[in-house]
Design a protein around this ligand. Structure first.
Ligand SMILES: Nc1ncnc2c1ncn2[C@@H]1O[C@H](COP(=O)(O)OP(=O)(O)OP(=O)(O)O)[C@@H](O)[C@H]1O
Ligand SMILES: [Mg+2]
Length: 426
């Protein structure tokens, strides 16, 4: 095809583009998590997030003991669309995260990094106000200030990287950045961040499976992992796991599914443990699929468009694992916090997820407090209504490996006795 005659190169306006890239969907927690991805990719073992409240001079530091960057590496890291090869399993993909995540929260990002054999760390900064002034993607060597001194201390002579967020205009109010409101907001973000990181990186924090074990510290608190599946609870049940071959275009890869039924309140080891297991979005919205990309949780809660969230299935949680070879099939976004299940996979998940939800529903009802008053004579109260009988039949069919029979019975009943089918909940 004739490409046409080039007449101009329309280089983007740095001033305008950087401003619009601030709003591509990060919140504070997901922005920090994207930087932690970088630290993990750089082989870090200990990552420290420091949130320093000081009015207008408040700052966030994300420090790691990874491999650090070379002189050119530090500059390249600040390029929108960093040039780099990615290995399979690398958490990075777009060459954007460091810039977009950082600038979504503040107007200035500084990288302080030391690679092996480097005497002094390299320090470079991107500042939106400078970019706006010169309408160019300018990187500067900033003058030393207390934040840079702190970053140098955090590196303490070893290799690693510290990213500093400054001018936190998206976190602090323009006026009264010193006020009580600003402080409370800062503290609130810190609490949310702790829960977010404990969940998103839980496999790294506990060293589960092939995830490399890391430590994450938030100010002076060492974060522990939060297991969505509550596997330490004696009454948690796991159903059989399954693997699927997913092919989208010329992409092919394996997806793994694990299914869990968490104990109901009465069966939990303690009421506190039950509340803790609820998770940041609480029981109802934490039910569903937990989707992991290279061991990092990228989406949680809800059923990925395969079914609706329902109070009765709130004890059901399942993990889905895919590798970075399937990134395009899952449509991973830049902020690494949303994916779309490939349609073919959605279809394959139909049966195993229905099975899980039937059993979870059964577990929920069996343990639910009995509030029914109109028991039928001769029947115990548990089996006094159609939906309950239907559910018991469904659960028995699933437990005996007869899901196909369930589908057939359900179709037949719906056809021949729609009213009965309805009252049984089929
Ligand atoms: N903490 C770090 N330690 C070492 N190198 C880093 C660190 N953070 C960033 N880099 C380097 O800077 C580059 C740019 O990072 P950035 O997060 O912008 O993009 P990415 O990780 O390659 O892709 P993505 O946009 O998917 O995050 C990385 O590819 C990496 O080479
Ligand atoms: Mg990145």
């Amino acid at each position: 095809m004739n490409p046409g005659v080039a007449v101009a190169s329309v280089t983007p306006s740095a001033a305008r583009l950087t401003e619009s890239l601030r709003d591509i969907g990060y919140d504070f927690s997901s922005a920090v998590a994207d930087l932690i991805d970088n630290s993990i990719s750089a082989g870090a073992e200990k990552i420290r997030v420091i949130m320093d409240f000081d009015g207008e001079d408040s700052r966030v530091f994300i420090a790691d003991d990874g491999t650090g960057m070379t002189v050119n590496g530090v500059i390249e890291s600040l390029r929108f669309g960093s040039r780099r090869e990615y290995e399979l399993g690398d958490l990075g993909r777009y060459g954007l995260g460091l810039k977009t995540a950082s600038l979504s929260q503040g107007r200035s990002v500084t990288v302080v990094s030391r690679s092996p054999r480097m005497k002094e760390p390299q320090i470079r900064r991107l500042d939106l106000d400078l970019i706006a002034e010169y309408d160019d993607w300018i990187v500067v060597v900033p003058p030393s200030d207390t934040a840079i001194v702190r970053a140098r201390e955090l590196l303490a002579g070893d290799t690693g990287t510290v990213v500093i967020w400054d001018k936190l205009d998206r976190i602090l109010p323009a006026k009264q950045a010193n006020g009580g409101w600003a402080k409370r907001r800062f503290d609130g973000l810190r609490e949310k961040l702790a829960t977010h990181l404990s969940m998103v990186f839980h496999r790294f924090l506990s060293g589960e499976g092939d995830a490399r074990r890391i430590e994450i510290w938030l100010n002076d608190e060492r974060l522990s992992s939060w297991d969505p599946f509550q596997r330490a609870e004696p009454e948690t049940k796991e159903l059989g796991n399954e693997s699927f071959e997913v092919m989208v275009g010329d992409l092919a890869g394996k997806v793994h599914l694990r299914r869990f039924i968490l104990p109901s309140r009465n069966a939990f080891s303690s009421p506190e443990a039950f509340d803790q297991a609820s998770g940041p979005l609480k029981w109802n919205r934490q039910q569903g699929l937990y989707i992991y990309r290279a061991n990092r949780l990228v989406q949680w809660g809800g059923w990925g468009g395969t079914r609706a969230v329902d109070e009765h299935t709130k004890l059901a949680r399942a993990s889905i694992d895919f590798g970075t070879d399937l990134d395009a099939a899952f449509n991973i976004n830049v902020a690494k916090m949303r994916v779309a299940l490939p349609p073919q996979l959605k279809q394959m998940l139909g049966r195993p997820i229905s099975e899980l939800c039937i059993l979870a529903n059964n577990a929920y009802r069996v343990d639910a407090p009995r509030r029914r008053s109109n028991g039928v004579a001769g029947m115990s109260q548990e089996v006094s209504n159609g939906a309950e009988i239907g559910l018991a039949i469904k659960a028995a069919l699933v437990r005996t490996g007869n899901f196909e029979a369930l589908t057939a019975i359900s179709d037949l009943l719906k056809q021949e006795s729609p009213d009965l089918a309805k009252s049984l909940g089929f």
